[in-house]
Design a protein around this ligand. Structure first.
Ligand code: ZN
Length: 757
């Protein structure tokens, strides 16, 4: 589905975030109180991220387990469109296969049109301020009407139909089976007679639109669809409230749509009877299109109003489509359609077909005249990068939806043009991979379809037509206030549990930004792509959970990423890295510089720094995230040989640092710490009170105390006052006398005097 909340919420969140920043973090160089760190390295890197171990259905390595199973739903669907009252009357023959190890005595099905009934739960949760979901207050007789459900069986060689009892609860329908459905492959056949009147606006996913040359019907959620029965929750029966999308079973579809003869019908899958529904001329053009990389017009703008552009002698026509291994099927019908098409080249050498259907209002090269070119490019791009497109056609339909995806067909805003049309087309067809090929549970985890899709869209956008619509690299520093605003729910929240205004960020932008960071800053492009491709291949036409994704990314890349998932997906943590101080070794820039940094918020990230010296030489320092595994602050030696001009944390703004003010040290504005000259303290010391000998030496600007073999651990001391040094580990302090030939060692409340030998 199109992300239409993002732009609106951007400014409000950004401005809101700026206020917070000003309050929480005074800029470096002021006399304000030093910020205390909220970072807890034990929380960030805690073991046992996974709340359950791998099973024989979902392996610990993130792949489907040895005993993975899923059920199958095959549909034969026939429907008639009544153009006058927007009614769809249909019959469904469902063949359901129970591959689970359980007996099943009832089925749960989705009757999603019930969202548009007046007493639906989805209507009840729409705020008075309005929503993208629901039917926008249209008064009509909405909802799925189920005339009958029959079990079809063969008895004594004859087909018999027996009424089955059923109960409808909001958008779910429970069908009681006359006898249990056997585990491990038992099948049942149901015949369901249904109808509904389509809303004009169907929760931005289906509807009816008036255009100059007739209504456009874009039909989704139109037949009773099987709920998924899986090894995670059993029956997945969350109601359709509006925000949460779908979780559906795979199967083969055979679809017959009867529409007025002046209509053109497009549908998921392949049209099997073109000779019955297109003119001889149009059939020739289809053949031409199937061999052409350039868009071929099947029915032009001029032909839409020409009666000769439709087969003569009948008031209705039946359109027959087939699609295999899909989780849903949708269609569109209109007398107003201009149709064009072009060949799609797939990596294996197979071909598919890009098709667009749109009204005259949307025509022209600056608008839908390029829709087929966009469709072809997207499908080819994603097929090359991730997984080959499996369906015989990809049809882009202009409707009154912002943008919505179905297998092999999408509905995009008929008013979209230029870059917007590219973007929505690319996004909706990107969904062919998530969730159409990789069948995750959208109703619970929107980030696994919208987020993954938004991520692959960023790559496709850069590559389209030599960068025609390429955007500037994202500034994660600027986006940080928005992406990690404390008001946000974590990404892992179900879409129905998020504020509607946050969905655009949490389901689309934030997961996508996280994957970009993981790819470009943490794993590197090749390692990331290999892991992400493996996830797609492993779970193609299956039902992965979040852990299957996390585990696959870790197992294939060979990297423990628990800290990353925890900060970005499971929690809504923030990042603030800062430079605390720098000092030259022995106050001599030729000997190198000690740079101290700090992690101030709950999120850990690797550190990238740019160091510029007085002569203008620039170098980059990269520190792995492991520096934060047991530290809140970190000091390291940079082997520069001249004075430092500036040090900048994250110079490319690739991390979501909420407080850039403390990211820069500059020689003209920031303080330079004086190193204590250690020479006079160095030497060998003994004590009369205890039989211990200690040698003090200097290592990288620190005073290092080494007891004689077997007398204790080596300790590193920092200057903490006049002639006073402390060791962070062990709580040990050294206080020298004025002439620096004696020191008192304080440890666990005891004091020992040491004298230089
Ligand atoms: Zn989407």
């Amino acid at each position: 589905m199109k992300n239409n909340q993002f732009k609106a919420s951007f400014l409000a969140l950004f401005l809101g975030g700026m206020g917070l920043q000003a309050q929480e973090h005074p800029p470096v160089g002021t006399t304000a109180v030093k910020a205390t760190s909220k970072y807890d390295y034990q929380a960030a890197f805690a073991p046992n991220f996974y709340t359950k171990n791998g099973t024989d259905t979902h392996s610990a390595s993130g792949q489907p387990g040895a005993k993975y199973w899923q059920n199958k739903a095959d549909y034969q669907l026939s429907a008639t469109l009544n153009e006058k009252n927007n009614e769809i009357i249909g019959t469904e023959i469902l063949t359901y296969t129970n591959n689970s190890p359980d007996k099943i005595s009832f089925l749960w099905m989705n009757v999603d049109q019930n969202l548009f009934k007046n007493n639906s739960r989805g209507k009840a949760v729409i705020p008075v301020t309005g929503s993208r979901n629901g039917d926008k207050g249209q008064i009509f007789d909405g909802g799925h009407k189920i005339k009958s459900i029959k079990v079809i069986a063969i008895q004594n060689g004859k087909t018999v139909e027996k009424e089955a009892k059923f109960e409808i609860i909001d958008t779910r329908m429970q069908v009681f089976l006359p006898q249990d459905l056997n585990p491990n492959g038992g099948t049942i056949k149901l015949k369901i007679e249904f109808s509904f009147i389509s809303p004009n606006f169907g929760s931005d996913r289906m509807g009816v639109m008036d255009t100059k040359n007739g209504k456009i019907f874009t039909m989704g959620q139109w037949y009773p669809r099987m709920c998924v029965y899986d090894d995670v929750k059993g029956w997945n029966t969350l109601p359709y409230l509006g925000a949460g999308e779908f979780y559906l079973e795979y199967g083969d579809f055979d679809v017959n749509i009867t529409a007025p003869a002046n209509h053109i019908v497009v549908c998921s899958g392949e049209l099997t009877n073109p000779s019955e529904v297109y003119t001889a001329d149009q059939q020739k053009r289809w053949t031409e299109a199937s061999k052409s990389d350039k868009t071929v017009i099947i029915r032009s703008a001029e032909e839409v109003t020409n009666i000769a552009s439709r087969p003569a002698g009948t008031s209705t026509l039946n359109w027959h489509f087939k699609i295999k291994n899909a989780r849903d099927v949708s269609w569109a019908s209109s007398a107003a359609f201009i149709v064009d098409a072009a060949k799609i080249n797939l990596p294996s050498g197979k071909k598919s077909l890009a098709i667009s259907a749109y009204p005259i209002e949307s025509s022209g090269q600056e608008a839908w005249g390029r829709a087929t070119e966009y469709t072809k490019s997207s499908i080819e791009n994603y097929s090359n990068h991730w997984f080959e497109y499996p369906y015989p056609a990809a049809t882009n339909v202009a409707g009154n939806e912002g943008g919505i995806e179905y297998p092999g067909i999408v509905f995009c805003d008929l008013k979209s043009k230029g870059e917007d049309l590219w973007f929505v087309t690319d996004h909706e067809f990107g969904h062919s991979w998530f969730p159409m090929i990789v069948g995750s549970n959208e109703r619970l985890f929107a980030w696994m379809d919208e987020g993954f899709n938004t991520f692959i869209n960023t790559l496709s956008k850069t590559e389209f037509n030599n960068g025609e619509y390429k955007s500037r690299p994202r500034n994660m520093q600027r986006m940080s206030q928005m992406l990690t605003n404390p008001e946000l729910e974590p990404i892992m929240t179900s879409p129905d549990g998020m504020k509607e205004a946050n969905l655009g960020l949490l389901a689309y932008e934030k997961p996508s930004s996280g994957l970009i960071m993981l790819r470009e800053q943490i794993l590197g492009k090749d390692r990331f792509d290999k892991a992400f491709r493996t996830y797609t291949e492993r779970w193609a036409f299956k039902h992965p959970t979040p852990d299957d994704f996390f585990r696959t990314m870790e197992n294939v890349s060979g990297e423990d990423l628990n800290w990353f998932w925890r900060a970005w997906f499971v929690n809504n943590w923030r990042l603030d890295q800062g430079i605390t101080k720098i000092k030259y070794l022995k106050n001599d820039p030729k000997l190198g510089v000690l740079i101290s940094i700090e992690n101030l918020e709950k999120m850990a990230m690797p550190v990238v720094m740019e160091i510029k010296t007085k002569s203008g030489a620039i170098s980059r320092v990269q520190l792995p995230v492991e520096i934060w595994q047991r530290n809140t602050a970190w000091t390291f030696l940079h082997t520069s040989t001249e004075e430092i001009e500036t040090i900048t944390i994250d110079p490319d703004h690739v991390f979501p640092d909420i407080n850039p003010a403390n990211n820069v040290w500059s020689s003209d504005k920031s303080e330079l710490e004086k190193a204590v000259i250690l020479d006079t303290y160095l030497g060998n010391y003994t004590s009369k009170q205890i039989p211990v000998k200690i040698t003090l030496t200097e290592e990288n600007g620190a005073l290092v105390g080494t007891p004689e073999e077997g007398q204790g651990p080596k300790l590193s001391f920092e200057s903490i006052g006049k002639d006073k040094f402390g060791a962070e580990q062990g709580g040990v302090e050294l206080q020298f006398n004025e002439s620096k030939n004696e020191f008192t060692l304080k440890m666990r409340g005891q004091e020992f005097l040491f004298t230089k030998v």
